[in-house]
Design a protein around this ligand. Sequence first.
Ligand code: CMC
Length: 370
Amino acid sequence: KSSVTYIDGDAGILRYRGYPIEQLAESSSQLEVSKLLIDGELPSKEELSKWISDVKEHNSVPEEINNIIKAFPVSSHAMGALTSLEAALSTFYPNSKNITDEDENYKSICRLMSQVPILAANFYRHSQGLSFIAPDDSLDYSENFLNMMFEGDNKKMHPDLVSAMDTLLILHADHEQNCSASVMRNVGSSEPDPFSAVSAATAALYGPLHGGANEAVLQMLTEIGSVENIPAFMDKVKKKEVKLMGFGHRVYKAYDPRAKYLKEAADKVFNVTGTNPLLDIALELESIALNEDYFVARNLYPNVDFYSGLIYESMGIPKDMFTVLFTIGRTPGWLAQWKELLADKDQKIARPRQVYTGYDSRDYVNMESR
Ligand code: CMC
C-alpha cells in the first residue's frame, strides 16, 4: 500500500500525490516537489521557505568525506563512489539510526537532500582533476548543483539549462515500487539509518536495466554511429542478440509520460547547446520501433532513459554521471517511500518466502567416496 505515486501503465499516467507529472514539471521546482512527495501536500509559501532553508542548513559534507572522495581512483565509476559515500555519511551522523525520533529523521532527510548533490559534484570535480567548489546558499537547488560542477562556465550555467535540470530532477523524483524503491523499503524495514538504505537503493539504481539505462542508451547510440547502421542494429534486437536500451518498461505498456515530456524539454536544451548529432539516430530508432511488429506486439515504447542521456550529454555532463543525476532526482522519492514505511505500524521486516527447488534430505558423503 502506498499513497505517494500513482501510475496507470496502460494509459501512460503518472501522478505524485495526485498531481499530474506534467503540471509539476511545468510549474513547480525540485524542492517543492520533494516536499510534496515526502510530506504528502503542496507546501504553503512559509512551509516551502522553511524547507528550503532547512535543506540549505546542511549544505556541506564533513571534511573527511572529501578526503574519501580524493582517495577514489579518478577512473572509477561515479555510481560506485556515490554508493560508498552515501553509506559513509551514516558514520558521521550516528544519531540517524534513531529512526523513531522524528526530529532526527527530518535532519537525515535534509542532509540527504543537500549532501547527495555535493557528493556527486565533488566526485565529478575529483575525476576531472579539479578542486571542489563550495555550495552557494544564494542559489536554487539545481543551480547550486550545476555551479558546484561547472563554476565559471557560463554556457553550462545558462538559465534554460538550469531550468531543464530542475525539470529532469522532478521527472525522476518517484516511480512507486520500482527496483530501487523496493530496495529502499526492504532495507528500511530492518530499521537501519536512512543513509545506509539510500546507499542500497542507489546500488539498485546503478544497473543498466534500471537507472543505468540512460548511460547505456548513449553508449548504444554512439556504437550505432549513423542512421545507415540502424537496420543492421534492429535486426540484432529482433534476434534478441542485444536490447534496444531506453525502450520497454515493466509497468508502462504505453508511451512513458516522462519520455514524452523529456522529448519536448530536449528541444529547449538544444536551442541553447545546438542539436546533439545522436538525436537523429534516436528519432529514427523510435520511429522504426513504434511501427515494427516486434516492438508493437510487445508494447515497447521509449522510457524516461531514452532521451535523458542525450539531454545530459548536450549539457556537457559525462556519461558516467547520468545515473548519478537520476540518483539526485530519485532521492526524495526514496525518502518519501521510507517515511511512509516507518509510519505504517503493520509493516514488518521484509522477508520473502521461497519456493524451495533443491534436494530432499541426503547424507553427507566422505571425500574419498565422491
Ligand atoms: N529491447 C528489445 N526487446 C525487449 C526490450 C528491449 N528494450 N524490453 C523488453 N523486450 C522484450 C523481451 O525480450 C520480451 O520478449 P518475449 O516476450 O519474446 O520474451 C518482451 O519484450 C517482454 O519483456 P520483459 O523482459 O518481460 O519485460 P520486463 O518488464 O521484465 O522488463 C525492462 C522491463 C525495462 C527491464 C526491459 O524492457 C528492458 O530491459 N529495457 C531496456 C533497459 C531500460 O531501458 N531500462 C530502463 C527502464 S525505465 C527507467 C527505470 O526503471 O529505471
